[in-house]
Ligand binder design. Structure first.
Ligand code: OAD
Length: 264
């Protein structure tokens, strides 16, 4: 299926009117079960860099893959802690965008809705999404690197130059996010895969689909007979059997909700 790219000016919002695949709109309207998988592209328009964006400023010389690992943390916990303090600062300064709000609205319009995100920025929750699975954790939460229990941190410690120590056992504290090579929270992954295997429609929004097991949701849904739509600024190379909409999430997702549910 060819990606939809047709753009016509949209008087109402001034944003380009994306031609949405009729099959996707027709399948979404009556759908009882909808699963949405999101990635960093959904937060890009809130000013949160995506994973495959080049790092900026001080962090330009590092790759996310070289810092978001248990080995990097063991080797230099303060460096990794400072990188996450920088990212936490970006996230705290960010606001949910129109895509986050449209997905929170979609949750209220669909009988059985589940939003599965790879993002750790908390913006879906801040936009009001409640039927939410955070597969890769939440950068705003801090845990003990030994006991993995959540530790409440004051703002100063959260932005400290050094990785603080656990008040209970003395081990270093770390962000509550999944690092490369670590397992995802089993219950969250099972919930996401089960929902993908029984949904009527799955939307994959703003993710490169390069990281498993999150990326498995698309073929699981497609092979179970769901209609699958990919919304991304770049065409997906492995999008056989799915609809593709090339466009920015903050433009396409609100238009999709308006078109399917005659909202707003
Ligand atoms: P990526 O940076 O890999 O991909 C972001 C995708 O969003 C790309 O395909 C972009 O083309 C697209 N994109 C960028 N801006 C967009 C916009 N405004 N609207 C729509 N799409 C846009 O980020 P993820 O796919 O989320 O894992 O990365 C998945 C995982 O890889 C992350 O959760 C992280 C990383 O390793 C862990 O930290 C465990």
């Amino acid at each position: 299926m060819e990606p939809s790219l047709e753009r016509t000016p949209n008087e109402a919002s001034g944003s380009p009117n994306i031609r949405l695949p009729p099959n996707l709109v027709e399948r979404l309207a009556p759908a009882r079960r909808v699963v949405v998988l999101t990635g960093a592209g959904v937060s890009a328009e809130s000013g949160v860099p995506t994973f495959r964006d080049a790092q900026t400023g001080l962090w330009a010389r590092y790759r996310a893959e070289d810092l978001a690992t248990p080995e990097a943390f063991a080797r230099d916990p303060d460096l990794v802690w400072r990188w996450y303090a920088w990212r936490r600062g970006l996230v705290e300064a960010a606001e949910p965008n129109a895509a986050h709000h449209a997905l929170a609205r979609m949750e209220a319009l669909v009988p059985e809705f589940l939003l599965v995100t790879q993002n750790v920025d908390g913006l879906h929750a801040r936009a009001g999404s409640r039927r939410l699975v955070e597969l890769h954790g939440d950068i705003r939460r801090t845990i003990c690197s030994r006991e993995r229990c959540v530790v409440e941190l004051d703002r100063a410690s959260a932005h400290d130059e050094h990785a603080p120590s656990c008040p209970r056992c003395g081990a270093r504290l770390r962000p509550d996010v999944v690092w490369f090579g670590e397992s995802l929270p089993e219950a969250a992954l099972q919930q996401a895969l089960t929902a993908a295997g029984r949904c009527d429609v799955l939307l994959s929004i703003g993710t490169s689909g390069l990281v498993v097991p999150a990326a498995w949701l698309v073929p699981v849904a497609r092979d179970a007979g769901a209609a699958v739509g990919i919304i991304n600024t770049d065409p997906s190379p492995a999008a056989f059997g799915v609809e593709q909409v090339i466009g920015r999430a903050a433009t396409v997702v609100p238009q999709l909700v308006r078109r399917v549910w005659n909202e707003g």
